[in-house]
Design a protein around this ligand. Structure first.
Ligand code: PMP
Length: 431
């Protein structure tokens, strides 16, 4: 497999873009080698600038749930662009979008559209602070909530991959207002709340964590947080930027049956366009300007093209429940195949899996939080990643990410190809 053109582009990119990329994990720093430059994608396949083809497990880090260049979404975008790309004024689509989100996501009663997951989480904690009149927040080690200052404390995803969990540029003042607890450790959260009486505005959590690799909440953990927040007047925020519309029509909250006060959304909600949203209880959301005093705005928020793409995606999911069955079956097949390969090769690896998200951790110990995720053999993961790429399977270039399955992967021959590639790559990783 040749990567000559990708290498040339990366050399040029490094002269003009920090690290040669517009988002850190894309640079392949954690796995070595140079990134491949993508030219096009269709369905389950990516094509790079050198003409190589890959089976896709990143799917733009989540949004492409129905595969790339899906005709349903493309058609909606094509129709929208013929009526101008932006107005900065209210539109019918925004109302329809809000109605649909409220219908699909169980705990959301009002919603505001923004342009990214980062904007959604930054705005949500501002609103929670305005609503409660308190300043501190609690987040969990290894959870990633975008690159807002308040969240770059013990953060997952690219921040951990690159070894800069506490970024320079985040002031001590901001850092002091973010308290952190280990994921799945309810007692630690209870202690933080007790030590900071009436000071915690919000607890923000990925209800299923995808940014330290995939980590599932233990039974009773989210329920415990819910009870604690209700008792202490703390706003419970579920960051469903990854899990929203993926783990179920109504996201992780529907699947797990625990309701937050606020929810942040992104990725799938834009169908591939840059979109985020935050929503929640009416009385909390009514604090947002111009209904209330908490300021939050956006020149391109509710952009007509982004709304068209997102609406097409959500309408499709809302009317095609079989999508979720297909995603479950496809993911289960892939995970079963990987387990069978591990067994055949006498490898004991931990695979965390729910719905269409999974991570193969290069450790034989259970992975339940950031500390246990970090026990993984990162060198072995790097060899596995490179071998998979060589076999034509494009994985997230870090151990600390979830893989995302799309409906486009649901082809028996394609799944066999993935299973065979996985067996070779596992052998290469430990050979
Ligand atoms: N929250 C979660 C749970 C995420 O996974 C991400 C991005 N991976 C974000 C927030 C930030 O979203 P964005 O990259 O769109 O700013």
């Amino acid at each position: 497999m040749q990567h000559t053109i990708s290498h040339e582009l990366f050399s040029k990119a490094q002269q003009v873009i920090p690290g040669g990329v517009n988002s850190p994990v894309r640079a392949f720093k954690a796995v070595g080698g140079n990134p491949v430059f993508i030219k096009s994608a269709k369905g389950a396949y990516l094509h790079d600038e050198d003409g190589n083809q890959y089976i896709e497990f990143i799917n733009s880090w989540g949004p492409m749930l129905l595969g790339h260049a899906n005709p349903v979404i493309e058609e909606a975008v094509r129709e929208a662009i013929s009526s101008s790309l932006s107005f900065g004024a209210p539109t019918r689509r925004e109302v329809e979008m809000a109605e649909l989100i409220i219908d699909m996501v169980p705990s959301v009663e009002k919603v505001r559209m923004v342009n990214s997951g980062t904007e959604a989480t930054m705005s949500a904690i501002r609103v929670a602070r305005g609503y409660t009149g308190r300043e501190k927040i609690i987040k969990f080690e290894g959870c990633y909530h975008g690159h807002g200052d308040s969240f770059l404390i013990a953060a997952g995803s690219g921040a951990v991959t690159l070894g800069v969990p506490d970024s320079p540029g985040v002031t001590k003042g901001v850092a002091n207002d973010t308290l952190t607890a280990p994921y799945n450790d309810l007692a630690a959260v209870q202690m933080l709340v007790a030590a900071n009486p009436n000071q915690i505005a919000a607890i923000i959590i990925e209800p299923v964590a995808g940014n330290m690799g995939l980590v599932l909440p233990k039974e009773g953990f989210l329920e415990g947080l819910r009870e604690l927040c209700t008792r202490e007047g703390i706003v419970l925020i579920f960051d469903e930027v990854m899990t929203g519309f993926r783990l179920a029509r109504g996201g992780a909250q529907e699947r797990l049956g625990v309701m937050p006060d606020m929810t942040t959304l992104g990725k799938i909600i834009g169908g591939g366009m840059p979109v985020g949203a935050y929503g929640g209880k009416r009385e909390i959301m009514d604090c947002v300007a111009p209904a209330g005093p908490v300021y939050q705005a956006g020149t391109l928020s509710g952009n007509p093209v982004a709304m068209a793409a997102g609406l097409a995606m959500l309408r499709y999911l809302n009317t095609h429940p079989e999508v979720y069955t297909l995603l479950e079956q496809t993911s289960q097949t892939i995970v079963n195949d990987i387990r069978a390969n591990c067994k055949a090769l006498d490898l004991n690896l931990t695979i965390n899996h729910i719905g269409s998200m999974f991570t193969v951790f290069f450790t034989d110990k259970p992975v339940v939080d950031f500390t246990t995720a970090k026990q993984s053999d990162l060198a072995a993961f790097g060899r596995y990643f490179q071998a998979m790429l060589h076999e034509g399977v494009y994985l997230a270039p870090s151990q600390f990410e979830s893989l995302f399955v799309s409906t486009a992967l649901a082809e028996p021959t394609l799944l066999q190809q993935v299973a065979q590639a996985n067996k070779k790559a596992l052998a290469a990783a430990f050979g």
